[in-house]
Design a protein around this ligand. Structure first.
Ligand SMILES: [Fe+2]
Ligand SMILES: [Fe+2]
Length: 155
């Protein structure tokens, strides 16, 4: 894989992971249910691990200098105060959408790096991280289903 292309992809993923960290971390304070709060805390730690790894990769391939291409922006990105206004169900739905996008991006990057022997280690970690993102998505889906199930029951 060409170095410039690789650096560009890593920049995209740095932005993706920074967004995920910010998305989960910024919601922790306003979550009431301890189980959900702990899940968001745990997810934040995971996304931070991803971000650190990607940053290290970027440093080693780019020598930590220069920026190739514009930083990636997440389409329809919801941040900061706007998140406080969302209901729990909408937060879970946003989590599902963001994780789905992350899984899709990881899947593409895994395919791009699959046949490059120099990127074998990177490819393995991308695969690990995609599974983390899948698990986040499953968790959000499961909790949304639970809430909807409770709501559907007669009172
Ligand atoms: Fe992540
Ligand atoms: Fe995630």
């Amino acid at each position: 894989m060409e170095r410039d292309k690789l650096v560009y992809k890593l920049k995209e993923f740095q932005a993706l992971e920074a967004y995920q960290v910010d998305l989960f971390q910024s919601q922790i304070k306003s979550l009431e249910d301890p189980h959900i709060k702990h899940a968001f805390e745990r997810f934040t730690v995971r996304e931070q691990e991803h971000e650190v790894f990607i940053k290290d990769q970027l440093y080693s391939f780019n020598g930590g200098t220069g920026i190739v291409g514009p930083a990636f922006k997440f389409a329809g990105m919801v941040t900061g105060k706007a998140l406080d206004l969302l209901s729990l169900k909408d937060r879970l739905k946003l989590g599902i959408a963001v994780e789905q996008k992350a899984v899709q991006m990881y899947h593409e990057f895994i395919e791009m790096t699959r046949h490059d022997p120099q990127l074998k280690e990177l490819n393995k970690y991308l695969s690990y991280f995609m599974i983390d993102e899948e698990l986040h998505q499953f968790w959000f889906k499961e909790h949304l289903a639970r809430i909807e199930n409770i709501e559907a029951q007669p009172h």
